[in-house]
Design a protein around this ligand. Structure first.
Ligand code: PGA
Length: 255
């Protein structure tokens, strides 16, 4: 059975002491999860060590980062390498989030390098894809997302591909309160799985966790996670509130 994952992406929110409090409130009520159910908390870089100390003893609670640099080390002022993340206990990294693509001009070619660096350092990658509104309006979202995946991660071997999860996040649904319908999510997730099957075979495709992201909240999580090809969620806004994040974890636990 493939892994179900709920990952909280805090983005650029909360001071370290606020993050510490949030993690504490999550830990106070975090249910015990089976091995194939995982939670990831991805705070800003400055919070990673603190969050590591708070969460290290819980096997199904993973520490994630929101980005890493495409080179291994050197004169890249202000950047953080995959090896550095690994050295503070990070085991997941989110790459290719639409905000990184849009505001920081991350291209598929750059993401290929980032993914390679992450895998060299034994990080699991949550690779994000998703189309803007005009692409959805033109009904060309399948081609758009296929290209992101093919250009971003199809350099990997089948063995390396085992360290990849995908997050499908339609840009028009991120932070807008507008969620994809379960039908839209399921259709795209099935499409992504078929693109992976064409390249790596059905067996590999069936093992890849494909998360949904974009206004995933306690009131729609259970319905989304009930879709055959939706294996959890990448959560933004609702990951900043312990009650909401826990409710989404509960929905994943029972899916
Ligand atoms: P949202 O963000 O849940 O606030 O829509 C999701 C994301 O960007 O990962």
């Amino acid at each position: 059975m493939r892994k179900k994952i709920v990952a909280g992406n805090w983005k650029m929110n909360l001071a370290v002491n606020e993050g510490e409090k949030l993690v504490k409130s999550i830990l106070d009520r975090l249910p015990k999860l089976k091995e194939n159910r995982q939670v990831v908390i991805a705070p800003p870089f400055t919070h990673l060590i603190q969050t590591y100390y708070q969460t290290e003893s819980i096997a199904y609670l993973n520490l994630g980062a929101q980005n890493c640099y495409s080179e291994a080390s050197g004169a890249y002022t202000g950047e953080v390498s995959a090896a550095m993340l690994s050295s503070v206990g990070v085991n997941y990294v989110i790459l290719g989030h639409s905000e990184r693509r849009e505001y920081f001009n991350e291209t598929n070619a750059m993401l290929t390098k980032k993914v390679n660096r992450a895998l060299e350092n034994n990080l699991e990658v949550i690779f994000c894809c998703g189309e803007p509104l005009e692409i959805r309006t033109n009904d060309t979202q399948n081609e758009y997302v296929s290209k992101q995946i093919q250009e971003g991660i199809f350099q990997l071997t089948a063995e390396q591909f085992k360290s990849i999860s995908i997050a499908y996040e339609p840009i028009w649904a991120i932070g807008t309160g507008r969620t994809a319908t379960t039908e839209q999510a399921q259709l795209m997730h099935a499409h992504i799985r078929s693109v992976i099957a064409d390249k790596y075979g059905v067996d590999t495709a069936n093992k890849v966790s494909i998360l949904y992201g974009g206004s995933c909240k306690p009131n729609n999580a259970a319905e989304l996670f009930a879709c055959a090809d939706v294996d959890g969620g990448l959560i933004g806004g609702a990951a900043l509130k312990a009650d909401e994040f826990l409710a989404i974890i509960n929905a994943m636990m029972h899916s």
